[in-house]
Design a protein. Sequence first.
Length: 263
Amino acid sequence: MFTILDLVQPDNLAEAYQILSDKQNNTILGGCAFLKMGKKRINKGIDLTNLNLSYIQEKDGFIEIGAMTSLRELETHPLVKEYYNGVLPKSVRDIIGVQFRNGVTVGASVYSKYGFSDLITALLSLDTEVELFKAGRMPLVDFLARPKEKDLLVRLWIKKTMRQATYLSFRNSASDYSVLNVAVSTLDNRWTIAVGARPSRAAIAVSASAMLSQDVLTSEKIEKVAQRASEEISFGTNTRGTATYRKALCKALVKRGIMEVLA
Ligand SMILES: Cc1cc2nc3c(=O)[nH]c(=O)nc-3n(C[C@H](O)[C@H](O)[C@H](O)COP(=O)(O)OP(=O)(O)OC[C@H]3O[C@@H](n4cnc5c(N)ncnc54)[C@H](O)[C@@H]3O)c2cc1C
C-alpha cells in the first residue's frame, strides 16, 4: 500500500503543476487504484477534484474528455456511445467491474502508457490528441513515443468524424488483462489498425493499415493485411501468452476487426 504524507487540492492547473514540480515524490492522484498496488511514499498527493476535469463534451469539432472522467462515465456517456460505433465504451467494458470503472480515471489510464491498456489501443485507432499542462497538445501517437516526463494530463481531444471503428480483445479469463487487443477503424477508406497488450505499449500497424487503404477489399486481401499486421508488429512473452501465440492472435483479431467494420 502507498503512503501519502500530505494531501493537497489545488484550485487551478498552474498551482497543481507547480506542486507536482516542487518535489520528486509529489504525485497526482487519479482514482488511486493503480497507486494503491504499489508501495510509493508520496510527499504531497495532488487531488485534482477542484479543477472540474470530470466531463465529456463537444467543442470545436472535437469530443473533449477531461482527465478526471471515470472509465464508467466514458462507457455510458451518450456522445461517446454514438460516435465511432461506440469503440471507446467497448474497449473499457471488460476492465474488472462497474464499481472499479466508477473510480479509475481516463487521465491516469492514458498518462501511464500501460502496455496492457485497453483504452489506449482504442484511442490510437481514432484521431486522438493529448493535452498536457507543460508539453501542450499533441497526437496520442507522439505522446506515446515520448520519454516519460513529469507532467499533468489535462484532457483528450478526439476529432469528431464519421469514422467507423471496432475493438476486440482476448483475455484468458474475465477481468484479467488482455493477452492481446486490437482496434480497427476507417474514415474515407483510410484505415488504422492498432494493436496493444503485445504485451508492450500499443502501436499502429502502419504498413498493414496502408495496404488496407489501397484497393478493393476481397477476403483474400483482408487475409493478407491481417498477415502483414502480425508480421510488422513485434510481440513479447509474459505469463499471459507467448510471442508466437500473440502473433497468431493478432492475425485472427485484425481479420475479425476488419470484417466487423465492413459489416
Ligand atoms: C487490479 C487492476 C486491474 C486492471 N486491469 C486493467 C485492464 O484489464 N485493462 C486496462 O486497460 N486497465 C486496467 N487497469 C488500469 C486501470 O484501468 C487504470 O488505468 C489505472 O488504475 C489508473 O487509473 P487510476 O485513476 O486508478 O490512477 P492512479 O492509480 O490514481 O494513478 C496512476 C498513475 O497516473 C498518474 N496520474 C493520475 N492522473 C494523472 C494526470 N491527470 N496527469 C498525469 N499523471 C496522472 C498518477 O500520479 C500515477 O502515477 C487495471 C488496474 C488495476 C489496479
